[in-house]
Design a protein around this ligand. Structure first.
Ligand code: CA
Length: 428
């Protein structure tokens, strides 16, 4: 099915800001609470949230095989399970409904009132119920930086890293949408020079700038997903902040990897941008340094995407300082390799599963994706606009991550994931 929704010449009859992340060519999917306290599945064009449940009830999706309640749900899991053909039909239809040359909905004021919301009338929710969450470690720059700091500068990358998209199974219960604050975690830490750990608040709370992809029900137990079919099973992407407590992490991570240093919270941008919308921004991954095993080799080299990313820190009662600019295209391992590797042993993947990329660090010090790297373990504090310095994240700081793709015809963005760090949780 052709991606009619991607036509860069298409304009909408909705009044939308110039340079929005959400032109009519984007058509992301999300879940929101309406002004009437109803949860619905929706999309976004410009600064309008559009109630797809209401549009469906009013007959605007006639001819597309959808169950009556497919959009009247509090997650996108069932819609995603319907598969790529359905996602494409719905996205194409939404493009038609809001096309400047189509005044069917435009001229029906009652219908407009029912389906259109201003952003301040809604509250974004988690777009999917995440059954399983996996975090990869796929940026060579990040893995090298961390290896230099924590192990051996001469052998920063472990021998398996250039052969395997390294990952671990994370916790889905603490994945939250943008806007929900996170409390500073407590845990065990080993003070410098000590032999025994102490317990207390993490002093080294950090962000990790990542992107995550969301899958459909992809395979059966025992069945692997071939690399060239992987993208058929990927619905779309969000920006992902993998909150990390470096002092807890350092003490606990040997031998089985991250645990409580990561599972206290991960924040996502609430609109899932489809892989289809990102199609004009395909690009090649970096050239493999070691020969790849056949199951990680795809026929088409353009399996990555050119997505500009940035991170800002806003202290309490202050303004934002952007501390990092990077790009998703720097990732050594791409999503197809990650998904085919994840399933090569026969592990089933379900609708709504979330797989994060790992911290996205670029080649230069201003393109690193964590404070650990930006401040080089605290040795080089960052100066903020208000004159204060940061080695890691302080209480009441807000961390905001943004991402967008841009060419000479169209901009497709993700909006942002913005999260405030609060002090340790206290029962009232
Ligand atoms: Ca991570």
């Amino acid at each position: 099915m052709s991606l009619l929704a991607n036509d860069p010449k298409r304009k909408t009859w909705l009044d939308i800001p110039d340079n929005t992340d959400f032109p009519i060519q984007n058509i992301p999917f999300g879940v929101f609470l309406t002004r009437d306290d109803i949860i619905t599945i929706g999309t976004r064009i410009g600064d309008y949230a559009i109630d797809l449940g209401a549009l469906h009830q009013l007959g605007y999706f006639e001819g597309i095989p959808l169950t009556d309640d497919i959009f009247l749900q509090d997650t996108l899991n069932d819609f995603i399970a319907d598969g790529r053909k359905t996602w494409r039909s719905v996205r194409n239809r939404i493009a038609e409904i809001f096309d400047a040359n189509n005044d069917k909905l435009k001229n029906n004021k009652d219908h407009c009132k029912t389906v259109l919301f201003k952003l301040d009338e809604i509250e974004m929710q988690m777009p999917v119920q995440v059954g399983d969450y996996t975090d990869f470690y796929s940026s060579k720059e990040h893995a090298t930086n961390v290896g230099k700091m924590f192990r051996d500068p001469e052998n920063a990358l472990l021998p398996n890293w250039l052969h395997i998209p390294v990952g671990y199974h994370g916790r889905s219960s603490s994945i939250i949408p943008s806007g929900i604050p996170v409390h500073r975690p407590q845990g065990q830490k080993l003070p410098k020079g000590a032999d025994e750990p102490i317990f207390g608040p993490s002093r080294l709370v950090d962000f990790e700038l990542e992107m995550a992809f969301i899958t459909t029900a992809a395979n059966h137990l025992g069945q692997a997903i071939p690399i060239d079919e992987a993208e058929n099973n990927i619905f779309g992407m969000v920006i992902f902040n993998d909150w990390s407590a470096r002092d807890i992490q350092k003490w606990e991570y040997v031998p089985l990897g991250p645990f409580l240093a990561k599972s206290f919270a991960s924040s996502i941008s609430p609109w899932i941008v489809t892989l289809d919308a990102l199609e004009p921004f395909r690009t090649e991954s970096p050239k493999p340094i070691k020969p790849l095993l056949p199951y990680l080799k795809s026929k088409d080299n353009k399996k990555s995407f050119d997505i500009n990313l940035e991170v800002g820190i806003t202290p309490k009662n202050s303004t934002e300082t952007v501390v990092s600019h990077t790009n998703f295209k720097y990732m050594y391992w791409n999503m197809s390799q990650q998904l085919s590797h994840h399933t090569v042993n026969g592990c089933p993947v379900n609708s709504g599963d979330m797989m994060a990329s790992g911290t996205i660090s670029g080649p230069t010090p201003d393109s690193y994706g964590s404070m650990l790297e930006l401040s080089w373990r605290g040795e080089k504090p960052l100066k903020l606009n208000d004159g204060t310095e940061r080695k890691f994240i302080e209480d009441h700081d807000t961390v905001t991550m943004r991402g967008f793709c841009q060419n000479h015809e169209v901009r497709i963005g993700f909006g942002e994931v913005s999260t405030k760090l609060l002090p340790v949780f206290k029962d009232k």
